[in-house]
Design a protein around this ligand. Structure first.
Ligand code: NAP
Length: 298
């Protein structure tokens, strides 16, 4: 019998990874926020106001607070900075928060975390009027989120959803894994993905065989706070990988920013991923501006 020999070269299908740039999303969204803020001023005479409370002199927190003030300024939101010494008592801090709760010019109150160790973070956060809680950290706002009727949603997870939306990444019906279950990132992230109709698995430090979950998911959001913890072998081919982690590490003798994921390994394997820096990081402040605007317009 004649043997048929084909001379076509074998097709190698390479996965081309899309880089999901938060910077691009920020540009598009901030322009819209500035327009809406201007409309609110024109139509109702309301200028949204954000009060940021910083206790102590943590250098990273000082940078974040400065950046928040600058971002507010860019979109026409008033910002009020309250810097308190590290030894401030819980009573004094609560007194300030209550004053801000009653201040009509303030629509959002953000207590910069982490707080010094002698202060009980949850006790302090619960003093914020839920109607002025742009990070959705009060019990009322967390409850509303889980009920599926959020007043506002936590800023960093909302930023992740904004990236998925901007890049038209379908979420409904997808298998999603969130690594990390903090109140500020992991839990609200799982809730937002659930609200967007994904099937969600929430993993944490006690999860046995983490890779079993991450390597089956179509969308993985990593917020474990562990530098460069996950790499190519932890993800399914064609997955979408969102890295929330943010670390300053000594790499090749230089201090560099990195995330929880070894981004360089992902090319030709996953379908899309966020870099660090330039991915989720820039989104958080933008969502804070959006939430402050929303709280001012209720
Ligand atoms: N880009 C931004 O704007 C932004 C905003 C906020 C946070 N971040 C970054 O995101 C990361 C997470 O922040 P966070 O505030 O959520 O941190 P966190 O409060 O320390 O929470 C970390 C979570 O990860 C889990 N975890 C730790 N090690 C793990 C492991 N080996 N396997 C699986 N899960 C593990 C922990 O589990 P347990 O609950 O069992 O301890 C915990 O739930 C940090 O790097 C932070 O800097 C970035």
């Amino acid at each position: 019998m004649a043997k048929i020999v084909t001379h076509f070269p074998r097709l190698i299908i390479l996965q081309v990874m899309r880089i999901l740039s938060g910077k691009e999303v920020v540009q598009a969204r901030r322009k819209k926020i500035a327009e809406k803020v201007q409309q609110l001023k024109n139509n109702k005479g309301i200028t949204p106001g954000l009060a940021v409370v910083l206790v102590g002199e943590d250098p990273a927190s000082q940078v974040y607070v400065r950046n928040k003030a600058k971002a507010c300024d860019e979109v026409g939101i008033n910002s009020f900075e309250h810097k308190l010494p590290a030894e401030t008592s819980a009573d004094d801090l609560k007194k300030l928060i209550i004053e801000l709760n009653n201040n009509k010019e303030v629509h959002g109150i953000l207590v910069q975390l982490p707080l010094p160790k002698h202060l009980n973070t949850d006790e302090i956060l619960q003093c914020i009027d839920p109607k002025k809680d742009p990070d959705a950290l009060t019990t009322e706002n967390m409850g509303l989120c889980w009920k599926g009727t959020p007043r506002v949603s936590a800023c960093t997870p909302s930023g992740v959803m904004a990236i998925l939306d901007y890049y038209k990444i379908e979420v409904a019906g997808k298998e999603a894994v969130v690594v990390g279950r903090s109140n500020i990132v992991g839990k609200p992230m799982a809730q937002l993905l659930l609200m967007a109709d994904a099937t969600v698995t929430l993993c944490h430090s006690k999860t046995k065989n983490l890779r079993k979950y991450t390597s089956q998911a179509e969308i993985v959001v990593v917020a474990a706070g562990r530098p460069l913890m996950l790499g190519k072998e932890d993800f399914k081919k064609g997955a979408v990988v969102i890295d929330v982690g943010m670390h300053r590490e000594l790499i090749d003798g230089k201090t560099k920013l990195c995330g929880d994921v070894r981004f360089d390994e992902l090319h030709d394997w996953v379908s899309a991923a966020t870099p660090v820096p330039g991915g989720v990081g820039p989104m958080t402040i933008t969502m804070l501006l959006e939430n402050t605007f929303k709280l001012a317009s209720f």
